[in-house]
Design a protein around this ligand. Structure first.
Ligand code: CTP
Length: 484
């Protein structure tokens, strides 16, 4: 039997039986090693906030984190081999779908001869001090004498109640230990819908330039988490107002502001963009679709012109914006694969559906839209709808009606013509065989003319009809069919 320790958890913390079994086994391992042990960090925080159960649990012991992990792993029949990070004194292993992380408590001290901080073993409280936020420094004891006791030296509970993100120490110190924490503060505020305490936020503003020493991989991992919350605009705006955003996404910062010439102003494209991301977040959990929303108008500052007597224009901001996606993804170390191509495509096409109104919503225009968007048509329509942020009710109603009509027509035509995953009904091979010709530009010309005729509705999307049309085209081009 492993349940030797009386289990009692703090009021308001609901530990299920699966979690209890893990905590008790880890507690037993610590007892065998005669080290103090605690659960700490996000697991405790989220339990107190009554969030849905999470599968990663952080443990800290006053001793060697690696030995603690190895001893704990021995208590589970089905644990993975512990992965040991010697340089950091940490280790982790998996049990079922849980990830358990182990670390030894540390404190910072100063070498008498140098100002360089050194890290050495410390008490639980030393370790809590070195953590990022008061709400992440909460610990639960796994020790026999006070099992289940909540240890909260920095009033994390109070901050949870006040819905506040603040550092346990002077924020300048906490952020200088790891400048990514400035972005983490914003991420937690966005995820939990908390405020950032004033001094903590002022410190982020003062130290924002220090984000430059952080790797882009770590930055974009936080950025993605901020984009995935229910209302991403809050975190995005905090990134802007703290001055952090300009260090990794300056193109977005350039969208901010309104210019007025001859009494004509344009909308603030930064806040418009944030509204679009929020609107879309209500429709979809797809990270890349949210990225498309974030970047949909990114080409606007570079295409902005004031035309006398007409006002502000942003001609071709879709094309220019789509071309900017690659550089942004490269910089942020985001994947340069089909996810990026999806974002490029949506930025490029984002004006197309809304450009169709009663006058020009022809079958041919709809077929072309379907052909260009392919399987991404539904995402494109969602983006387009999210893009309607006008305060003018009449305009909103009109645009929504147009889009409804476009959706209806898309459905009708797709059922009839199957353009969405258009496969040319006649291949290059067919053309070469039919006229006994070698690869050359005629093949491309014929294929394209067949495609255009189908999209224009002049030709059904069927092989027989397309072959017949191919022979006609070949004849017109002076080609001789093999069977003539
Ligand atoms: N931590 C820290 N400074 C960092 C990263 C982490 O002090 N730069 C500490 C915090 O105490 C945090 C714990 O390590 O609670 C675990 O980190 P992490 O797993 O990144 O965060 P969680 O709080 O677990 O939250 P989530 O998993 O939701 O990101």
């Amino acid at each position: 039997m492993t349940t030797m320790i009386q289990k009692k958890y703090p009021k308001g913390i609901n530990i299920n039986s699966e979690e209890d079994e893990i905590l008790q086994k880890v507690a037993l391992a610590a007892k065998e090693l005669s080290v103090e042990a605690y659960v700490i960090g996000g697991f405790v925080r989220d339990k107190l906030l009554k969030k849905t159960a999470r599968k990663d649990i952080d443990f800290v012991c006053v001793g060697s984190g690696v030995d603690f992990a190895v001893q704990s792993a021995g208590k589970f029949e089905n644990s993975s081999e512990p992965a040991i990070f010697k340089n950091f004194g940490t280790a982790m292993f998996k049990v079922d779908d849980f990830e358990l992380e182990f670390v030894g408590a540390r404190k910072e001290s100063y070498d008498q001869n140098s100002r360089k901080p050194m890290v050495e073993n410390g008490t639980l409280e030393d370790d809590q001090k070195r953590r990022d936020f008061t709400i992440n420094a909460l610990a639960i004891s796994l020790n026999e004498e006070n099992y289940g006791k909540l240890l909260d030296p920095f009033d994390g509970i109070k901050d949870l109640k006040k819905r506040l993100v603040q550092t346990p120490l002077d924020p300048d110190k906490t952020f200088s230990d790891d400048p990514l924490r400035m972005l983490r503060a914003i991420r937690f505020a966005a995820q939990l819908d908390f405020r950032i305490e004033e001094k903590t936020f002022a410190s982020i503003k003062n130290n924002s330039h220090r984000i430059e020493i952080i790797s882009m991989e770590r930055i974009s991992s936080e950025l993605n988490k901020i984009l995935m919350v229910d209302k991403p605009s809050y975190g995005m705006d905090l990134m802007f107002k703290s001055g952090l955003l300009k260090y990794f996404l300056p193109e977005l910062v350039e969208l901010e502001g309104v210019e007025i010439i001859e009494g004509h102003g344009h909308k603030d494209n930064f806040y418009h963009t944030l509204k679009v991301v929020d609107n879309l977040a209500q429709q979809s959990d797809d990270l890349w679709l949210r990225w498309a929303a974030l970047l949909h108008d990114i080409g606007k500052p570079r295409t902005k012109r004031f035309e006398k007597g007409h006002g502000w224009t942003f001609h071709a901001h879709d094309v220019v914006g789509a071309k900017m996606v690659n550089r942004i993804f490269k910089r942020l170390r985001l994947p340069l694969n089909e996810k990026m191509r999806f974002v490029e495509k949506l930025v490029l096409l984002h004006l197309r559906p809304i450009g169709l109104d009663k006058e020009n919503i022809t079958d041919s225009a709809i077929r072309r839209l379907l052909y260009d968007a392919g399987d991404d048509i539904d995402d494109l329509m969602d983006l387009c709808e999210a893009d309607i942020t006008s305060k003018n009710e009449y305009k909103v109603k009109k645009y929504l009606q147009n889009l409804k009509l476009v959706r209806l027509k898309l459905k009708e035509l797709e059922e009839k013509d199957h353009i969405r995953n258009f496969q040319p009904p006649v291949s290059g091979e067919d053309i070469m065989k039919a006229f006994y010709i070698k690869p050359g530009k005629e093949i491309g010309v014929i294929k394209n003319m067949i495609k255009e005729a189908i999209l224009d509705g002049k030709l059904p999307n069927k092989r027989e009809a397309a072959l017949e049309y191919m022979y006609d085209l070949g004849k017109q081009m002076g080609l001789k069919a093999v069977n003539e």
